[in-house]
Design a protein around this ligand. Sequence first.
Ligand code: ADP
Length: 480
Amino acid sequence: MRSIITTSDVDVTYNKGQTNEFKALKGVTCEIASREYIIFFGPSGCGKSTLLYSIFGVLEPSAGEVMVKGDSIYKYEPMELVMYQRKTMGIMYQSFNLIPSLTVLDNVQLPLIFAGFPPVTRERRAMELLDRFGIAHVAHKRPALLSGGQQQRVSVARSLVNDPEILIADEPVGNLDFVSAEAVMNTLEEINQNDKKTVLLVTHDAKYLPYAHRVFYLDYGKIDRIVPNPEKRQIIKVRPGETIVTEIEQLARIYPYDTPEQLRVKSLINFLTQSLSFDQIVRLEKMTQHVIEGVLSEDQFRTLLTTDYEEGGCGIKPKQAEEMTHKMFQVLEQSQDVVRFRRVHRDQTTIDLARFELIKHIHTHMVGEYKVEPDSRELEQLTKMVTNRVYGYITREEFHRQLRLPFEEGGGGFDIYLAADLSRYLEKLIAQGVSHFVQHQESKPESTNLHAKQAEKFEEIDKGLFGRLTHILAKKKQNA
Ligand code: ADP
């Protein structure tokens, strides 16, 4: 491969020789080809920005070498290094770094002023870029009057005005709302594909990984692994099999910070415990999210589960879909008992009613699933334990232990399987109920109803697949 950037055994140590010395990069070796889109990815503090700024030429490694276009950049004379930063590199920051007292147009042409271009050329080039990114109409405004998304587009224009070969971006969409972020990410992709610039981008957000040709996963100052994106045509030759879409790659999207070993474990556990593929799981997650947001009804959810995968559904067999739908809505509905139960904590007149509802549902679950019919004394004991767990007076382990304890000793006297199932079931109700309670109680106490935010959510629901599908489903139903 013809690499444009090579780092060899790069170490970066902050505060060298002092008590707070910190090694932020440890022996980083990598090669990046011209026109590649690379994402440096990893948890906060793992060294992504440090690597980016070392390549930018402003952070000299304490050991190792950074080569760009065949030159060892830290061997440049100071003025040559400045020229390298101005001509070869373009940069975008999370905080845009626009100069507030200058107009948008002046901000964009600023690098050309430093480079000594005449005013007419500067202005023409800057206006072309503003026009291209749809912000020509704000050329004479000050940056503060622009939205975040517009400001970041100004900074894209500024980073390109020198026509650099390499564009680097440090969390460029970290401060933007979802829609503006996507617009900027799409622009960067276009700059990579159409303008044929090499793009290096730092992010800790996994949803942007699909934009890159390759993702460099960093951890504790090292490149942990390099993963080619199987959905992008690669610039560099990859070894046979390296881009095959394996389950591990798909899992890495869901659990980006897990090691390859942990991902292999997850893959096997999934095989042992579930009949669904990861594609189905990912889609199921999205649908479940919509259910929790109150956007998908029970009927719509059931229908989508059984709709063909190719048509945008989940491709799950009807019997299994029925069972899943039933369980999901049962848990969500009964988790409302937990919400009410906790809410009326201090109001003794209604507490028994709320508790009664919850116990009644757990009782029904026991009879339905296990054909176990507890007597009234057993129910009383169970009520005590459930109350303590729902209020958080005992841990889930303690609750489980009490369920198994013989009845005479104050426990539930349940066998190992029933105890495990009951505690799992109650934890699901608590997980849904308590987080729902916490989310809503302070802002809007009256909106604990699952569907209360529905109208609002409809406004912002993605206009993509699910928006269209639910529309089609509604139409089908109307026609039927
Ligand atoms: P990331 O971009 O992955 O969040 P950084 O490259 O910014 O991480 O930082 C890597 C580590 O180096 C962090 O632990 C950070 O606290 C430390 N660090 C960064 N800059 C400095 C600095 N100027 N002085 C001391 N430590 C720093």
